[in-house]
Design a protein around this ligand. Sequence first.
Ligand SMILES: Cc1cc2nc3c(=O)[nH]c(=O)nc-3n(C[C@H](O)[C@H](O)[C@H](O)COP(=O)(O)OP(=O)(O)OC[C@H]3O[C@@H](n4cnc5c(N)ncnc54)[C@H](O)[C@@H]3O)c2cc1C
Length: 251
Amino acid sequence: MITVKNYVKPGTLEEAYEMNQKRANRIIGGMMWIRMGRGNVNTVIDLSGLGFDQITETETEFRIGCMSTLRQLETHSGLKETFGDFFKECTRHIVGVQFRNGATVGGSIFGRYGFSDILTAFLVLDTKVKLYKKGIVPLSEFIRMDRDRDILEELIVAKDGRKAVYLSERRSQTDFPVLTCAASEKDGTVLLSIGARPMKADVTETTIDEMEQAADTFTYGSNMRGSGEYRKHLGRVLAGRAKKALEEGNV
Ligand SMILES: Cc1cc2nc3c(=O)[nH]c(=O)nc-3n(C[C@H](O)[C@H](O)[C@H](O)COP(=O)(O)OP(=O)(O)OC[C@H]3O[C@@H](n4cnc5c(N)ncnc54)[C@H](O)[C@@H]3O)c2cc1C
């Protein structure tokens, strides 16, 4: 259990950022992960008054506010039209609808969790994160940056015509994944991302023909959900299924 002393809802990002520089304070998204932890938090900083709870669409991109929920990703008609079932597939196994109505995109990406379906998925799209202090950074760079006390404002996802597919393997419905896999194809170039290895998702560039071999180049490890050897096997299987889906246009 965590114990929180104060709750604030700042009126500006600068105010939120200043408060977040104190180690005893914490930004909250939906509080879904934080509340599972232990310890004392002096002040939780709720970003829900800053207007980051929408997914907006233009001719060229989507802007996904950090306080948008996983359920919004799952049900957004523009995302569905552009990326087919991709966002439904990467969200629908996460706990349940009520949970997904609370968990946020900002918390999911900023947390950089090893098991994250969400991180795995966004890595195969042309995704950038907009950070309050560091500005706009490609997601593939963000995952390698040291953790700090910046604020993630929104994700920017290009509508560049790529086709994308999402797959995961779970021991039982709604459990954390044993392995996650996303792939996208544009003009013959494939991005393949594998997560829950159990290390956090990473992405590599390959071709349709080389997808299974590309899955072998990731590092796989063991935890209570599966061995490294099993994960490596699954990586090939999921990459093979993703390849088939991309080839058949089943995305
Ligand atoms: C029981 C359980 C099962 C889960 N299963 C899965 C699963 O199968 N697949 C999956 O992908 N995910 C899973 N998750 C993770 C979940 O989807 C959310 O990603 C996670 O709970 C974060 O939730 P939240 O948005 O409420 O963030 P919070 O818990 O509020 O915050 C998480 C972290 O992010 C920081 N943070 C939040 N927003 C911002 C921001 N805008 N800028 C900077 N820092 C920020 C917080 O300070 C905190 O450190 C699970 C979580 C739980 C609790």
